[in-house]
Write a protein that binds this ligand. Structure first.
Ligand SMILES: [Zn+2]
Length: 259
């Protein structure tokens, strides 16, 4: 029976399967039923094609002393803490996922690039869900690079950086902040009118906000803002705000537009 899905989808799903992605995640990523993934794997095995790793897995910066792209890592760490998660796949492989609004086409392309730089040669897979894009890369070593991975939701457990991660962020705080503010942050506009010499004028007040349910992650955000001398305040139980004009423009320079 011919596949009703384009061959590119079948090939991509089989590649994910070879990378160890769990059938459930693979099905979700490709928008097909779990049983379809299983059928493709069966057909593939029956055709006697080679299975398993067809490429050498890249060495791990933690286990194998491979070089780490530190600026990209700092940014990817921000994305992970903001809106990323890791799931366990097959054969000891983990999937690193990022959810992001599909409006941000430039950012989504950038997230894919980042993931391929942090896992050298990584092949990001993307999937559209209503309103969002999920970008996924599989690797056995994601928990080495993101040891904050653990059971439960991030705001229900302590999130502390290891000393080597702190060192990376201390060298690349702007990149870390870019990841945080582009995942769980927003640049918002408030405006007000004022009468100046009898004339009504409108003033815009742009502001950056970072919103997260984890007090630890909010603390990492304010720690990094302190590292780059950007004044902030806690404007709510889950919110860090940067609203002084000079601070907003400094943060604009560091993290760039969100689009
Ligand atoms: Zn490792």
């Amino acid at each position: 029976m011919a596949h009703v899905r384009p061959q590119s989808v079948v090939d991509s799903a089989l590649a994910c399967s070879d990378d160890g992605m769990a059938d459930k995640d693979n099905a979700a990523l490709h928008g097909v039923a779990v049983k379809t993934i299983r059928r493709w794997r069966r057909l593939y095995q029956r055709r006697g094609l080679p299975r398993g790793q067809t490429h050498l897995a890249p060495p791990c910066p933690r286990c194998d002393g491979a070089p780490l792209r530190r600026a990209e890592y700092a940014e990817r760490l921000g994305w992970y803490l903001g809106d990323g998660y890791i799931s366990r796949g097959r054969r000891g492989v983990f999937n690193l996922h990022v959810y992001n609004d599909q409006r941000y086409t430039g950012l989504n392309a950038h997230v894919s690039e980042l993931m391929a730089l942090v896992k050298p040669g990584g092949r990001p897979h993307t999937r559209l869900v209503p309103g969002a894009v999920i970008t996924t890369v599989s690797w056995k070593h994601w928990p080495c690079l993101f040891p904050q991975h653990g059971p439960g939701r991030k705001h229900e457990r302590p999130i502390l950086l290891e000393p080597w991660q702190q060192e990376v962020v201390e060298v690349f705080p702007g990149d870390f902040l870019r990841g945080l503010f582009h995942s769980d942050g927003a640049r918002v506009h408030n405006w007000a009118t004022r009468d100046v010499r009898g004339e009504r004028r409108r003033y815009d007040y742009p502001r950056w906000q970072f919103v997260n349910a984890s007090e630890d992650i909010l603390g990492l955000c304010t720690w990094a803002l302190d590292l780059v001398d950007v004044p902030w305040r806690r404007s709510g139980p889950r919110v860090v705000s940067v609203s002084r004009r000079d601070a907003v423009s400094r943060l604009d320079d560091l993290v760039g537009p969100k689009d």
